[in-house]
Design a binder for this molecule. Structure first.
Ligand SMILES: *Cc1c(COP(=O)(O)O)cnc(C)c1O
Length: 380
């Protein structure tokens, strides 16, 4: 089955009791058993198994071409679960341009538990090899990265992991399974914040891990049960509903972001644009090879001080000033003072998060209205 068909159908068959076309929301914490320790089809407690969650997990596995899917209460709960596969003393190599919350989790939580982290330039595959140590057990990447839209060469990093027997994980939130499938490039684990494009309507929090092998999936299942950072059935239902239109939404997100990128390129107040779809993006060729579209996220540097940049993000009328991304509505934010405020200033400037950096999550509205909105915000 092709992607759009999997998005609508995978994991979901009509409800056996009534034939309901939509997966029922199983609001139950426990299940009756006919005899001790003989639950029906493994349903003994909702932390272990819930049919609405099972449908979502099967759908996610199908979308990412993985062996098993696992849903969590948030994207960060999913990221955290990958780190729980490791032991104290283990070392992780990660991109230096990471989702701010992932960086905070690494630095302020797991560093205290005995893990150590090295951050490298995501656009240079050799940088990952150079950072390896004897105790490296995980390579963690995002591609495109947040907020600078750097591209990781997925084939090269997956091969490095295989050659050195190191687990590889890719946070695929920005690209979505519609545009990119890291497992098909050889990655072991794909992570998602379902809160973003998969949910797609800014109305829920969720996370997911998809594994390339059943054996790794069983270790993740164990951690789901043992740690318990699971989504409720209503959030699973809403995510499934969102995913049904993922392929339609991504088409429009990509087309609108391209229009916005072209507009910004011509604009005299814009010093620099970060969008992998532009031919002068340093890794455009890699992006074109591994992605079927360039996504709806885009950052740019305004010729402006921190204060001026903050004023511009307050002046847009359609682009709402907000953190998060991936919903149908367009959002604007100022990473240095918002999503990436927890990155120390020196590090922030070193990796290129300038004072005038502005990030857009380009929604699915009419592109002309979006361009007019940016124009008036830059002008006034
Ligand atoms: C939002 C986000 C996360 C964290 O997800 P939550 O659902 O907010 O916990 C992780 N990675 C990326 C790339 C994100 O955008």
């Amino acid at each position: 089955m092709r992607f759009g068909t999997r998005a609508v159908h995978a994991g979901q068959s009509p409800d056996p009791t009534t034939g309901a076309v939509m997966t029922p929301v199983y609001f139950t914490s426990t299940y009756v058993q006919e005899y001790p320790a003989q639950p029906k089809d493994g349903h003994d407690y909702t932390r272990a198994k819930n049919p609405t969650r099972t449908a979502l997990e099967a759908n996610l596995a199908a979308l990412e071409q993985g062996a098993s899917g696992h849903a969590f209460s948030s994207g960060l709960a999913a990221v955290s679960t990958v780190l729980q596969l490791l032991d104290a003393g283990d070392h992780v190599v990660a991109c230096n341009d990471l989702y701010g919350g992932t960086r905070r989790l690494f630095e302020q939580v797991y560093s205290r538990q005995g893990l150590s982290f090295t951050y490298v330039d995501p656009s240079r595959p050799e940088a990952f090899r150079e950072a390896l140590r004897d105790e490296t057990r995980l390579i963690w990447v995002e591609s495109p990265t947040n907020p600078l839209l750097s591209i990781v060469d997925l084939d090269a990093v997956a091969k490095l992991g295989r050659d050195e027997s190191i687990l590889t994980a890719c946070d695929n939130t920005f690209a979505t399974p519609c545009l990119q499938n890291p497992i098909a490039h050889g990655f072991d684990i794909v992570a998602h914040s379902l809160t973003k494009y998969l949910g797609g309507h800014s109305d829920l929090l969720g996370g997911a891990l998809i594994t390339s092998s059943q054996a790794l999936g069983e270790r993740i299942s164990f951690l789901q049960l043992a740690v318990g950072a699971l989504p409720g059935p209503m959030d699973c239902f809403l995510t499934l509903r969102g995913i049904k239109t993922l392929h339609l939404r991504m088409e429009r997100h990509c087309a609108n972001a391209e229009r916005v990128a072209d507009f910004l390129e011509e604009h005299p107040r814009v010093k620099r644009i970060y969008y992998p779809g532009l031919p002068d993006h340093p890794n455009h060729a890699v992006a074109a090879r591994q992605m079927s579209g360039f996504g709806g996220m885009l950052s740019f540097v305004l010729d402006a001080s921190v204060e001026e940049a903050k004023r511009v993000v307050c002046r847009t009328r359609l682009f709402a000033l907000a953190e998060s991304l991936g919903g149908v509505e367009s959002l604007i934010e100022h990473p240095p003072s918002m999503t990436h405020a927890s990155v120390p200033e020196e590090e922030r400037l070193r990796i290129g998060i300038d004072d005038g950096l502005i990030r857009l999550s380009v929604g699915v509205e009419d592109a002309e209205d979006l361009l007019e909105d940016l124009e008036q915000a830059f002008k006034s």
